[in-house]
Structures are given as structure tokens and as C-alpha cells.
Design a binder for this molecule. Structure first.
Ligand SMILES: [Zn+2]
Ligand SMILES: [Zn+2]
Length: 410
């Protein structure tokens, strides 16, 4: 296969540095403590733990705190040492961690949701804790007073959240596959727009405030890049995963997108090239190549005494074609098709061998990834699996070594 010829040498892949084990249930969230060999985890087993790397090279918990309800989401603000933990019962609890990460004090409980908290963002300048939940809403609460400031309801479970700190815009992905862009005010909000493109629930979002790009991952296995700053509605489709996309992270410096899927797939997408938009699928009552009617076109079937055909679509030109006119399959990475998809015969002819060169690298996480986060400044990644294991990876072999120098985390 052409894709094999062009694949990268297998030497550049993520390096597994450590495994953190000991959880009794799924780890819902994990993050790397900036500038420390430490990880904070929040788990369905109702614990929140801070793990520090010991001289033995192993991670051991320096903090082990049991909550009243399973932990479902987490946010951590390093400069102020604040941890916000969202729970299955809808509440968010705030803790303050000591400088040496050996002690954690309870600060406040926020009655943010009626049901499971799915995502949390903390904004220090406005002193807001913003969250989404399975009560179908986004809420924002004041961290000084602990009071509810505003709420907005969606038609389905709100599953993920990104926030633009400067302009107070929130991006909320939901179970219907829709993304809503809202502008949050002190006590109100306005819906700016909704983004529709996925055919499954939104599982992850990433907002890059500098390039003004929004990335969304979904249960339909695909990722969409929404060029919000470009204001032309430009969207790029990225198809390379074979399972739900569980987490995404965009590295602005190297223009790479890292994504993880439920089957353990880790992909690194090169976004530093001009990619093409996948076409809209055209509708037609007959094949746009051979003009044979599709099966619902009774009139033409009757007139020409022919049998109706099934409608398919060429992924490259978007034309409605019959099976006979689209027998070939090809990858087409410039449009985001990293694996083989249906193309019409004329498009197949137009695709050259070099057009099949992969624009992403694919790696094996070797566990069913449910969550991922990165410390971009060090090129480190942490993945949590439904196997209750937390893995820490050195991603510099695949995301470029320029990361380790001269780039400070926010
Ligand atoms: Zn045809
Ligand atoms: Zn075509």
C-alpha cells in the first residue's frame, strides 16, 4: 500500500516514562504539575491524589483525599495552588495545595450542577469557576462569594468546555454533537453561534486563543478544526482514529495537534501545512457520473426501465455516485483522510502517490484512553485509561524538541 511506503521511521514515537497505579476505579482526570515531577489525579473511586516522583523513580501519593462522590472533572491553577474537583453529584469542591504538595486544605463547595460535572475552567482575573454538567447546563460561579452568577441550558448533556479568558467566550460541546459559542457576562450570557459538523457527541474541545482555532473531537471518531479567527466558516476534517476521540491538545509553537482515542490510539497531526476542506456532499437523484437513477427516483427508473442504485458519495469531490462509479478507495491526507475512503473513479485517477503521504503520525498508547492532558512546555503527556492506569509519556520524539527550550507554560 502507498501509505506504507511513506510512513515515518518507527524510531520517533512517544516514550513511556512512568506508570502510576493504585486506583480502584477509572481515573477521570489527570494533570502534570508544571515544573515538578508530579501528577494530580481525580478518580471515580472518589479519591483525589497528588503523586510525586520519589528517588526510586516511582510515583507515590503525597496527598490522598477521599470525597463523598466519584470525581468526574478537575481544574488546577498552579500559581495560586488551587484545585477544583467536579463530582458525580454535581458539586465542585475547591482545595488549596501546599507549596511542597504534601498537604491539601478544603476551601469551598460550589453547588454548580444537579448532575455529574463534565468540565471545569477556573479564571483568576474574574474569580469565576465555570463548569458544564450532565444537567445540560453551563454555570459560572464567583469563587470569592461562592454564589451562582449565571446559568445557561442546552438541549442535551454538556460534555466539554473551553474558555477564552480575554474575551469571556465559552465553547460548550454537547451530546447531540453541537458546539455552542457563548459570551459570558456577570449575570447573563448570549449565544453567539452554534457549530454543527459532527455526527456524534462532542467528547473533547481545544481552543487556541492566539491562532483562534477551535478543535473538536467526537464519538464519530473524527476531529474538526474550526477556523474561528478566519471568519469564513472554514473547517478542516481530520479522520485517522478508529474509535471515539477522547482528548485533544494543540501545540501552537510547532502547529501540531495531539489526539487520543478510546482504543488507545495517539495521533500527532501536522497542522503547519495548507490543508484542504473536505467538500459538502452533493445531493442528486441520479449518479453524477453515469446518470443511472438512485432507487428513490421512481420516475427515471420507469422511463428508462432501469433498476435504482444506492447513493454513495465521493469523499474528494463530494459528488453523489453509484457503487460502480466509485469502486476504488484511497487515503487523501490533505483533506484529512488518513485511512482509505470511497472516491469516485475520476478522483482516484487524479490522486498521485505523493498525495497519499501521511500528514500525521500514529502511535499506540496500549490502554483504553479516557482522558489526556499535556505539559506542553516540557513535551510531557499524561493519559488515563479505563484500565485504572495513568501513564506519563515523553512526547518530544514526536512533537519536536524545540519545546523543551525557550517556551514557558502559561
Ligand atoms: Zn454511476
Ligand atoms: Zn470524486
Amino acid at each position: 500500500m502507498a501509505a506504507e511506503i511513506h510512513s515515518r521511521p518507527q524510531s520517533s514515537r512517544p516514550v513511556l516514562l512512568s506508570k502510576v497505579e493504585g486506583h480502584q476505579d477509572v481515573v477521570s482526570a489527570a494533570l502534570l504539575i508544571p515544573k515538578e515531577d508530579g501528577v494530580i489525579t481525580a478518580s471515580e473511586d472518589r479519591t483525589i491524589r497528588v503523586w510525586l516522583k520519589r528517588d526510586s523513580g516511582q510515583y507515590w501519593p503525597s496527598i490522598y483525599h477521599t470525597m463523598s462522590s466519584p470525581c468526574s472533572a478537575m481544574a488546577y491553577h498552579h500559581d495560586s495552588r488551587r484545585i477544583f474537583v467536579g463530582q458525580d453529584n454535581g458539586a465542585i469542591m475547591e482545595f488549596h495545595v501546599s507549596e511542597d504538595f504534601n498537604k491539601m486544605n478544603f476551601v469551598k463547595t460550589y453547588p454548580a450542577h444537579q448532575n455529574r460535572v463534565s468540565a471545569i475552567v477556573f479564571c483568576l482575573t474574574s474569580e469565576w469557576v465555570i463548569s458544564t454538567g450532565h444537567d445540560k447546563c453551563i454555570s459560572w460561579m464567583c469563587t470569592r462569594s461562592g454564589s451562582m452568577l449565571g446559568r445557561h441550558y442546552f438541549a442535551s448533556w454538556a460534555s466539554c468546555l473551553q474558555y477564552d479568558y480575554e474575551t469571556q467566550h465559552a465553547f460548550v460541546g454537547d451530546y447531540s454533537g453541537q458546539i455552542t459559542l457563548l459570551k459570558l457576562e456577570q449575570n447573563t450570557c448570549s449565544v453567539i453561534t452554534t457549530l454543527k459538523g459532527h455526527e456524534g457527541s462532542i467528547t473533547s474541545l481545544w481552543w487556541d486563543p492566539v491562532q483562534r482555532l477551535l478543535f473538536s473531537g467526537a464519538s464519530d471518531h473524527s476531529i474538526i478544526m474550526w477556523d474561528i479567527g478566519g471568519r469564513k466558516g472554514r473547517t478542516l476534517l481530520l479522520q485517522g482514529h478508529h474509535d471515539k476521540v477522547q482528548a485533544i491538545c494543540y501545540i501552537q509553537l510547532t502547529r501540531q495537534l495531539v489526539s487520543c482515542s478510546a482504543d488507545g490510539g495517539i495521533a500527532v497531526w501536522n497542522m503547519d501545512i495548507s490543508r484542504e476542506e473536505a467538500p459538502q456532499w452533493l445531493e442528486s437523484d441520479s449518479c453524477q457520473k453515469c446518470e443511472q437513477p438512485f432507487f428513490w427516483n421512481i420516475k427515471q427508473m420507469w422511463d428508462t426501465k432501469t433498476l435504482g442504485l444506492r447513493q454513495h458519495h465521493c469523499r474528494k469531490c463530494g459528488q453523489a455516485v453509484c457503487g460502480k462509479c466509485s469502486t476504488k478507495r484511497s487515503s487523501y491526507p490533505i483533506m484529512g483522510f488518513e485511512f482509505q475512503v470511497r472516491v469516485c473513479d475520476s478522483c482516484f485517477e487524479s490522486i498521485k502517490d505523493e498525495d497519499r503521504t501521511s500528514l500525521a503520525t500514529f502511535h499506540e498508547g496500549k490502554h483504553n484512553i479516557s482522558h489526556m492532558s499535556m505539559d506542553i512546555s516540557r513535551g510531557l503527556m499524561v493519559t488515563c485509561g479505563s484500565d485504572r492506569i495513568v501513564k506519563i509519556w515523553d512526547m518530544t520524539p514526536v512533537v519536536g524538541c524545540s519545546l523543551a527550550t525557550g517556551f514557558s507554560s502559561r
